[in-house]
Design a protein around this ligand. Structure first.
Ligand SMILES: [Zn+2]
Length: 124
């Protein structure tokens, strides 16, 4: 299962962050998943919950930001959301589209417990 190995790598990355930056316990792990990444959010959540048992992340919650596909037209330069994987510009019907969003698969930030560190920690 694809999502299980992704969940595993997210967990390893976060555990590494905690160690390197000496973070207090992580409340929420916010990940960005693009619609083109092929990741099923439910499956990722399921995999995460199964893998964090008996780790320091047992009480952390995985929050998934699901990003729709966006494109930019090379003809008229307009940005738009791509509906139903129909890769044509809704403004001028051109098929020359650059995908600008939708392939994401990364950790956006971590919310940590400690009140004295309210800033969000982005993985480096
Ligand atoms: Zn266009």
């Amino acid at each position: 299962m694809h999502e299980l190995s992704i969940a595993d790598s997210i967990i390893k990355t976060v555990l590494h962050e905690i160690e390197v930056k000496n973070l207090p316990s992580v409340k929420r792990i916010v990940v960005r998943i693009g619609a083109l990444s092929g990741v099923v959010p439910d499956a990722l959540e399921f995999g995460f919950e199964a893998l964090v048992i008996d780790t320091p992340l047992e009480r952390s919650r995985l929050v998934i930001e699901y990003l729709p596909v966006r494109g930019k037209c090379r003809e008229c330069g307009k940005d738009f959301e791509v509906d139903d994987f129909l890769f044509a510009c809704p403004h001028c019907a051109s098929g020359a589209i650059d995908v600008t969003q939708g392939e994401e698969l990364d950790i956006a930030y971590l919310d940590v417990e400690d009140e004295s560190h309210p800033e969000r920690h982005s993985p480096s």
